[in-house]
Design a protein around this ligand. Structure first.
Ligand SMILES: [Zn+2]
Length: 419
């Protein structure tokens, strides 16, 4: 029996991969809240002599586990689940500290939260604990300056320790969904949890903007009735890059679309850009963005391992070539539809080495919705009307891509050219 043309490409050559997991279908409902977690309601950095003290005001005690990480120098503080009810602006640039450059916080995996402190210089952890005083409970992380050599030794030691004990973050807590005859589109809202992605100047967060867009897009894709949409994350949780790729495989995805937004410190750039994977970046800007997006794992304090998927055989190369042709085809379709929906970057089709696009057998494209550094883009990206329209055009592009593949598969082979 002929296979439908839009299965994940490698399944045309061999048995399909395992059961479908991580499927959210259109459920999209966020997990019901169980016992309310402890909340963090305020944070600050205090400078006491040459020490820096990072303080979180909490609604109850938590047990922190703090360690040092090198390249770049950071302090990782693992916590049980904490709800951070703190202005996302806080932590970006604490004034007056010689040791703390910035810090961020959020969910790291279901039931686990994390604080990541970017260090301005080598430090040691003098204290990490919660203390209860008359004015409430505080999580206190005391950092003291130390030598470079001392810092590096401590970081190496905790890296070895973490390698032995660190649980793998987020295998998405998803129930198996029934196998579907419909082609599966995996929609990947970038970042999440402790990894906020880019930020706008009023504290807008990439992770939240792309999540709202991904949910709207999934709803529209499902509403068409011909395709099944699966989100890589259904809540504000950190997800490693390789895990996103794995979810696409596990769901036998016929298309993978990662959603992001960028920011630029200077210069005025706006509009959406569509990226495909390439070992050689199409231009310097594409290389910069891929490098930044590929740091997502590090932003959450995870040292990602190199991908081991490398099979130098001919089948692999054929599959990869075919996959990339489909990715390019979808990229063009998406750009055409976006012309009608919202602004495109003046050079909207680019390529670079994004980790998340490296499936050799799932056509994969990354859509940067726009720049949070542009006032106009920011107004668009945070507007429900714009989101609805742009997600609608993106869903149309997805439908058009599958319709074209179906036509190609049904079309009789081209007649031989007359001599
Ligand atoms: Zn991003």
């Amino acid at each position: 029996m002929p296979q439908p043309p839009f299965r994940r490409i490698s399944s045309l050559y061999g048995p399909a991969a395992g059961a479908i997991v991580a499927g959210l279908g259109l459920g999209l409902a966020l997990a019901a809240e169980t016992a309310a977690p402890v909340q963090a309601v305020a944070s600050r950095v205090e400078t006491v002599a040459d020490h820096a003290r990072l303080v979180f005001q909490m609604t109850g005690p938590v047990k922190p586990a703090a360690r040092l990480v090198a390249n770049p120098a950071r302090v990782i503080v693992d916590l049980p689940e904490v709800a951070f009810r703190i202005d996302p602006h806080e932590g970006r640039a604490p004034a007056g500290s010689k040791l703390v450059k910035s810090y961020r916080y959020g969910q790291f995996a279901p039931g686990r939260s994390r604080v990541v402190v970017d260090l301005a210089g080598p430090a040691r952890i003098a204290r990490a604990e919660t203390e209860t005083a008359s004015d409430g409970t505080r999580l206190v992380i005391d950092l003291a300056p130390t030598s470079e050599a001392h810092f590096n030794a401590a970081a190496a030691e905790s890296a070895a320790e973490a390698a032995r004990s660190e649980p793998v973050p987020a295998q998405s807590a998803a129930e198996p969904s029934a196998a579907s005859d419909k082609p599966v589109v995996v929609i990947d809202p970038g970042h999440g949890g402790v990894d906020m992605g880019a930020t706008g100047k009023h504290g807008e967060q990439e992770k939240a903007i792309v999540f709202e867009f991904a949910k709207a897009l999934a709803a529209k894709v499902e509403a068409g009735g011909r395709l099944k949409a699966v989100l890589t994350r259904a809540e504000d949780v950190f997800l490693p890059l390789n895990e996103r790729v794995r979810i696409a495989h596990q769901n036998n995805a016929a298309l993978f679309l990662s959603i992001h937004a960028d920011t630029l410190a200077e210069g005025h750039v706006e509009g959406a850009t569509v990226y495909t994977v390439s070992t050689k970046a199409s231009d310097a800007e594409a290389a910069r963005i891929a490098e930044k997006e590929n740091l997502a794992d590090k932003a959450a304090g995870l040292d990602s391992k190199e991908d081991v998927e490398q099979v130098g055989d001919i089948l692999f190369e054929l599959t990869q070539r075919e996959t990339r042709a489909f990715s390019a085809q979808f990229s063009q379709t998406l750009i055409c539809r976006w012309k009608e929906a919202g602004r495109l970057n003046k050079n909207p089709a680019r390529a670079a080495g994004f980790v998340v696009l490296k499936s050799y057998d799932v056509p994969s494209v990354l859509l940067e919705l726009g720049y949070l550094s542009s006032e106009k883009d920011l107004a668009r990206l945070t507007s429900p009307d714009w989101r609805d329209r742009a997600a609608g055009k993106t869903a149309e592009a997805i439908e058009a891509f599958f319709a074209a593949r179906l036509r190609e598969a049904r079309a009789p082979a081209a007649p031989p050219r007359p001599q």
